[in-house]
Design a protein around this ligand. Structure first.
Ligand SMILES: Cc1cc2nc3c(=O)[nH]c(=O)nc-3n(C[C@H](O)[C@H](O)[C@H](O)COP(=O)(O)OP(=O)(O)OC[C@H]3O[C@@H](n4cnc5c(N)ncnc54)[C@H](O)[C@@H]3O)c2cc1C
Ligand code: SF4
Ligand code: SF4
Ligand code: SF4
Length: 409
């Protein structure tokens, strides 16, 4: 039976919940806002199936990467609507064309993030774009298994731990499954996101959002949110991506920009990127770098402006790691602009390869205050605030690092 002794040993994938034959495991949110399994021991028959599917207890061997590519979707509209190179939508279209089913993360009616599936292109579009919140997997693994057994093609996208869990759950290699994960910095707390949303939903909080926030002056009353993008490229480009909230309000257009922050100015993004409220398992990730056995890994090709400046137009370049023959075969059918690269180049600029992301020193203090603190944006600002001494120390460290890198090359 699943017993979580240490929170870092559960990535929240829900594979155990879906596999339990007695339906006696449920996911409950803890005080940091993450879901963990809780077993009703009175119903448990001690069959051990929950432990068998757990990606932390049963971790597959690492597989090496076959090929590393820099990629751009030739359809510029699709690339602009995606976070990176628009690789996900190209795969999704291919699978839908073949009467397949696509699984991915979407916002629900409350702007929280969940996994779902779609059999149509319209249903796939909301999956586009990174949502920097842990998604609730729900019943997705068992739904995918049903489609696979019917012989339908299935594209399943998710974090490396979700894909590791999917493969453990399925227990066999389905030729009609294409699994795609992404390089994963870590997932922020759904509870923190919910609180940030509550603050955003009141107009006064829009005003207090970030010191450089751009707010529509035409909005005079509480708006209804109609769209949220963590990675908008249309306002400041791909590298300076923005966190954008669109909405409607009386006497304003339906898609008025209510809030637009370059990522490093937005309080929620600042806390995420400073590793203040990632899931405990993300600080000791056991599923990255070949463990998930995904057919492909997709990511941002950060640093492409230095490595291949002529390929970078600031509209997004994707990094694609081809991990299996099946992944390569499907990728070869896509109409993409492709440059061959190397793992060492890709690793130089991308924190997503790191398995031991360092917990922010004020992580515990943040969560101690989180429940009662009335202004979350202010709490995040206070948590990530760096003294001048720390800023100077970091700058000197970076200069020394750069000099070393230049000497090496
Ligand atoms: C939490 C998180 C952390 C990431 N960290 C890094 C990183 O450190 N380095 C890096 O290079 N890239 C990272 N990425 C991946 C990157 O942001 C892009 O998602 C990826 O490059 C694919 O871009 P795209 O343009 O091909 O497609 P897009 O259309 O942008 O990709 C959307 C895909 O991502 C999936 N997705 C979106 N949000 C979630 C979520 N919360 N949980 C599970 N799946 C989700 C969707 O289902 C869909 O398959 C991260 C993504 C997420 C969600
Ligand atoms: S041991 Fe079996 S019955 Fe008990 S919780 Fe795990 S899967 Fe369910
Ligand atoms: S990692 Fe997944 S399978 Fe393992 S205990 Fe946590 S939710 Fe269950
Ligand atoms: S960092 Fe690791 S544990 Fe955290 S979401 Fe990503 S793959 Fe899962």
């Amino acid at each position: 039976m699943i017993k979580i002794q240490n929170k870092q040993d559960c990535c929240g994938c829900s594979a155990c919940v879906q596999r339990c034959p007695k339906h006696c495991i449920s996911m409950k949110e803890d005080e940091e806002g993450f879901l963990y399994p809780v077993v009703d021991e009175t119903l448990c028959i001690d069959c051990g199936l929950c432990e068998k599917v757990c990606p932390i207890i049963n971790r597959p061997e690492k597989l090496p990467v076959m090929k590393v590519l820099a990629v751009k979707n030739r359809n510029e509209e699709e690339r602009m609507a995606s976070s990176s190179g628009g690789v996900f939508i190209a795969f999704a279209k291919k699978v839908i064309e073949q009467n397949g089913v696509v699984f991915g993360a979407v916002f629900d009616g409350n702007w929280e993030v969940k996994h779902t599936y779609s059999e149509t292109l319209d249903g796939v579009k909301p999956m586009m774009g990174s949502k920097y919140v842990q998604s609730r997997i729900g019943e997705s693994f068992s739904q995918a298994e049903r489609f696979l057994k019917e012989g339908r093609k299935v594209l399943f996208t998710g974090s490396p731990c979700q894909i590791t869990a999917l493969h453990n759950y399925l227990r066999k290699d389905y030729p009609n499954l294409l699994s795609v994960d992404f390089l994963c910095h870590g997932v922020p707390s759904p509870g923190v996101w919910r609180k940030y949303l509550e603050e955003m939903s009141s107009f006064s909080a829009f005003k207090a959002a970030g010191k450089n926030s751009v707010l529509s002056s035409s909005i005079k009353s509480v708006p209804v949110i109609t769209g949220i993008e963590f990675r908008d490229k249309t306002l400041h480009g791909w590298k300076k991506y923005s966190f954008v909230v669109r909405g409607s309000a009386p006497k304003a257009d339906k898609n008025t920009v209510l809030l637009s922050d370059i990522h490093y100015d937005n309080p929620y993004m600042k806390g995420f990127l400073a590793d203040v409220y990632l899931r405990p398992s993300c600080y000791h990730c056991k599923c990255k770098n070949g463990v998930s056995h995904s057919d492909l890994t997709i990511a941002d090709y950060w640093g492409i402006n230095q490595l291949m400046p002529d390929f970078d137009d600031d509209k997004g370049v994707g990094l694609v790691l081809l991990n299996t023959d099946k992944g390569k075969a499907v990728f070869d059918t896509l109409d993409m602009e492709v440059r061959v690269s190397s793992l060492s180049d890709a690793q130089r600029f991308n924190g997503g390869f790191k398995e031991d992301v360092k917990m922010h020193p004020k992580h515990n203090l943040f969560f101690k205050r989180f429940v009662d603190y009335r202004n979350l944006a202010e709490l995040i600002e206070r948590t990530v605030h760096k003294s001048l001494y720390r800023i100077a120390k970091r700058k000197i460290k970076n200069i020394i690092k750069k000099v070393f890198v230049q000497l090496k090359h």
